[in-house]
Design a binder for this molecule. Structure first.
Ligand SMILES: *Cc1c(COP(=O)(O)O)cnc(C)c1O
Length: 358
C-alpha cells in the first residue's frame, strides 16, 4: 500500500542503544520525545525496551494518553493550554510552564484529582520561544508555587534551536545554572531536574562543555535521524535511514518545463516562477503537501529531482534517470524532520515496520 513510511525498527534500536549510553555515561537522564513519530505504538514499544530512557515527553496530551500504561514517567513538554489542565493532571506526571496563571489553575485541578503534580519552569535564554524572560517574574512565580499545596516545583528547563535557531552554549546554559543556584539559595529548596535542551545540546557532550548541573536532556530528532542538530553533524555510529518514504508513480510523460498560458497564483496563493529547460520526462507521484513537506524529502535515486507539489501530487523530473521507471513503480525517499512529522500525522500515509532481528 502506498504511500507509506517504512520504519526499520532494528536500526532504531541500534540508535537508541548508542545514544542513550552516550548520554547516560554523563549522568544525564533522558526524556525520549515522541512527537516526531506521533507516539507511534510500535516505536514506543522499542523505546520501552530501554531502561536508560526514564521519561517519555510530548507536546500533545493525546500522545501522552496513548501510552498511559507505560512504566516511564510522562512529561508534557509544551506549555499547557489553560483549557487542558484537567487532562494534564490525569495523563502527565510532570509538565513544563511559563505562565503562573496556568499553574494556579493546574493546582486547582490537582486538588480536585487529589494528586501532587510536578512542574518545571522554562526559562527563555534568547531563543524567544517559551519561557520566563524576566528574572523578577521567574522569582515571584517560584514564590507563589512554593505556597501551592498540590504543585511541586522540581526544576528548570530551557529550549534552544527551535524558533530562534539559537545554539546552546556553555555560556547561556550557565545562566540557567545561576538561576538554579539563586532559587535554591533564596527559597531553601532543591531543584533536582535541570533540563538543558533538545538534540541541539548533544554536541556539548563531546567537548565537555555541558555544565555539570545539567542533568536532563529531551531528545527526539537524534534518535530518529542519527545526528545532532546544532550543526547537523551525523553520528557515524548511528543509522540515518531508520525511516524511508515510498510513493507511487501515477503518471509519467514528456512535457514542457514551462506551463502554458497566463500565470496566476497556485493552490497555496503563491505566484510560481519556472525555468525553461525544454521538454522533460515528468512523473507524478500520489503524495502531496497534505502528507509531507516537499522541501524535507530527498529521492534515494539521486538522478531524480523534485520539481514541486500540490496538496496531493508530487511532481518529479525523471529526465536524467538511468533506471527505467514505469507507472505503478514506487519511488523511495529519505525524510528529514519536517517530513517525518507530517508523514506520521497524515492518516493517508501507511506505516510499515521491518525488524530483521525477528
Ligand atoms: C520538540 C521538543 C524537543 C525535542 O526536540 P528534538 O530536536 O527533536 O530533540 C525538546 N523539548 C521541547 C520543549 C520540544 O518542543
Amino acid at each position: 500500500m502506498n504511500p507509506k513510511v517504512t520504519v526499520h525498527l532494528n536500526k532504531l534500536r541500534d540508535n537508541i542503544q548508542y545514544l542513550s549510553k552516550k548520554i547516560k555515561d554523563k549522568n544525564i537522564s533522558i526524556i525520549a520525545v515522541t512527537k516526531v513519530y506521533s507516539a507511534d505504538p510500535a516505536i514506543i514499544h522499542i523505546f520501552e525496551e530501554f531502561p536508560e530512557i526514564e521519561y517519555f515527553g510530548d507536546s500533545r496530551i493525546e500522545n501522552l494518553k496513548s501510552y498511559q500504561h507505560s512504566s516511564k514517567k510522562k512529561i508534557l513538554i509544551r506549555i499547557p493550554m489553560p483549557s487542558e489542565v484537567a487532562e494534564v493532571i490525569q495523563y502527565a506526571d510532570i509538565s513544563f510552564h511559563s505562565e503562573l496563571s496556568t499553574i494556579y489553575q493546574l493546582n486547582q485541578a490537582a486538588k480536585k484529582y487529589n494528586k501532587i503534580h510536578q512542574v518545571l519552569l522554562m526559562v527563555d535564554l534568547g531563543d524567544l520561544r517559551e519561557g520566563f524572560f524576566e528574572k523578577e517574574e521567574l522569582m515571584s512565580a517560584v514564590k507563589a508555587i512554593i505556597e501551592m499545596e498540590n504543585i511541586q516545583l522540581i526544576g528548570l528547563g530551557v529550549n534552544f534551536t527551535c524558533y530562534g535557531a539559537i545554539i546552546p552554549e556553555n555560556s547561556n546554559l550557565n545562566q540557567l545554572i545561576n538561576y538554579k543556584h539563586k532559587i535554591e539559595r533564596d527559597f531553601h529548596i532543591t531543584l533536582p531536574m535541570i533540563s538543558g535542551g533538545n538534540s541541539s545540546s548533544l554536541y556539548l557532550l563531546e567537548d565537555k562543555l555541558l555544565p555539570q548541573e545539567i542533568n536532563n536532556l529531551r531528545i527526539g530528532e537524534s534518535f530518529a535521524l542519527g545526528r545532532e542538530t546544532a550543526f547537523g553533524n551525523e553520528y557515524k555510529e548511528m543509522h540515518k535511514d531508520v525511516f524511508t518514504l515510498s510513493a507511487e508513480i501515477i503518471e509519467l510523460k514528456r512535457k514542457p518545463s514551462l506551463p502554458i498560458g497566463q500565470v496566476g497564483v497556485d493552490a497555496f496563493g503563491n505566484k510560481p516562477s519556472f525555468e525553461d529547460k525544454g521538454n522533460m520526462l515528468r512523473g507524478i507521484l500520489a503524495i502531496g503537501k497534505q502528507d509531507i513537506s516537499v522541501d524535507n524529502i530527498t529521492p534515494i535515486d539521486t538522478d531524480l529531482k523534485i520539481i514541486g507539489a500540490s496538496s496531493d501530487h508530487l511532481i518529479i523530473d525523471f529526465t536524467n534517470a538511468k533506471k527505467e521507471y514505469h507507472v505503478g513503480d514506487s519511488i523511495q525517499f529519505h525524510l528529514d524532520y519536517g517530513a517525518l512529522l507530517a508523514a506520521f500525522t497524515s492518516k493517508y500515509v501507511k506505516k510499515e515496520y521491518v525488524d530483521w532481528k525477528e
